[in-house]
Design a protein around this ligand. Structure first.
Ligand code: NAD
Ligand code: TYD
Length: 354
């Protein structure tokens, strides 16, 4: 049975988080023959509500565990004999990494190492139909000037503790491939947005603040550029790379969709005014320029032509459509927002913005 590539035990880490929940749903629904194990520590960013609709699916199993706990991770690999890993679990927010870098090393670097060690011990050199897929970010490349794009061969130059921890984990994955022959793929994606994103990141934070008529805290002059990709398009890229990506390869994933923060924020304000039946220009009055983020990267932009040419992937959702869907989701799910902004979120918000 294990030699049939259609029958797999797949470990997906971080499946209760933002991107992970969309990946889990796609895999559980699309691949009934796969046994999908969602391993998540349920930190502040993990929320089982994100995957409530598939929790009773026969091919889905949830495991609450922490990837920093090497012993437990090894025992889980032995017990469930995972064939492949799609590794998304991470501390993911740049601002939190500035105030508390250590946990980023523990989870993002040591946690990744623990998973690879357990995979090597379990697979015992039999790498047929095995893959360790590490999900990473374009932030590992550092910052661009006015022009140019990150390609798969751009040198790493991370500027935040978050991006340094992701860069270190990418290097460890590559090194395990070279040193121990661990089969791997890595993808480096631009900024995601969409339903279920924790309201600490720009788009959901600003949607929530507009709903609540709270200030919109724009760092610096707002003239920082990011490339934005709808989360389901990232999940589809992950599906393709997992199944068709070349061993020991990396793929850049992006939306061909660069926006300066301030322009994006104004577009979001315009959409929100319409959706909330407010007067044109009302939400824009909430924009408040605040002290810049230290080490703030000026511009990210991705050249996603390799995944396009090799695997035929391209974004399917335009930015306007994606933003509309995202706004609609937050407006239709007040209970979800209410639950995640209670408790520790208030402490974080005070520390970060007040
Ligand atoms: P997220 O913060 O929404 O979710 C992270 C998940 O990991 C949560 O469910 C959390 O409970 C879990 N987790 C955290 N620490 C853990 C630990 N020690 N053990 C087990 N589980 C743990 O993050 P996200 O935005 O969904 O990002 C997922 C992955 O994609 C990350 O690796 C991130 O670096 C990468 N990425 C994110 C973006 C983006 O725009 N959000 C872009 C590119 C790449
Ligand atoms: P963010 O969503 O934190 O993603 P990243 O830092 O990983 O790109 O931020 C996106 C951009 O928005 C980034 O340039 C920082 C800026 N930003 C603000 O201006 N104010 C905020 O409150 C936040 C969270 C982000």
């Amino acid at each position: 049975m294990k030699d049939n590539p259609l029958e797999k035990n797949i470990l997906i880490t971080g499946g209760a988080g933002f991107i992970g929940s969309h990946v889990i749903r796609l895999f559980v629904n699309k691949y009934p023959n796969y046994r999908i194990f969602n391993l998540d520590a349920l930190t502040y960013a993990g929320n089982l509500e994100n995957i409530k609709d598939i929790e009773n699916a026969p091919n889905y199993h949830f495991i609450k565990a922490n990837i920093t706990d090497a012993k437990t991770i090894k025992a889980l690999f032995q017990k469930h004999q995972f064939d492949s890993v799609i590794h998304l679990a991470a501390e993911s927010h740049v601002d939190r990494s500035i105030s508390n870098p250590k946990i980023f090393v523990d989870t993002n670097v040591t946690g990744t190492l623990n998973l690879m060690e357990a995979a090597l011990e379990t697979w015992q050199g039999n790498f047929k139909n095995k893959i360790f897929y590490h999900i990473s970010t374009d932030e590992v490349y550092g910052t661009l000037g006015e022009t140019g794009l990150f390609t798969e061969t751009t040198s790493y130059a991370p500027n935040s503790p978050y991006s340094a921890s992701k860069a270190a984990s990418d290097h460890f994955v590559r090194a395990y491939g070279e040193t121990y022959n661990l089969p791997y793929v890595i993808s480096n994606c631009s900024n995601n947005y969409g339903p279920n994103q924790f309201p600490e990141k720009l788009i959901p934070l600003f949607i929530n603040n507009i709903i609540e008529n709270k200030a919109l805290p724009v760092y610096g002059d707002g003239k920082y550029t990011r490339d934005w990709l709808y989360v389901l398009d990232h999940a589809k890229a992950i599906d393709l790379i997992f199944h068709k990506g070349n061993n020991k390869s990396t793929y850049n994933v992006g939306g061909f969709n660069e926006w300066q923060n301030i322009d994006l924020i104004k577009l979001l304000c315009e959409i929100m005014d319409k959706k909330l039946d407010r007067n044109e220009g009302d939400s824009e009055t909430l924009i408040t320029f605040i002290k810049d983020r230290p080490g703030h990267d000026k511009r990210y932009a991705i050249d996603a032509s390799k995944i396009n040419k090799e695997l035929g992937w391209e974004p399917s959702v335009t930015f306007k459509e994606g933003l509309m869907k995202t706004v609609d989701w937050y407006l239709q799910n007040p209970a979800w927002i209410e639950a995640v902004v209670s408790g520790s979120y208030q402490e974080y918000y005070k520390m970060q913005y007040l």
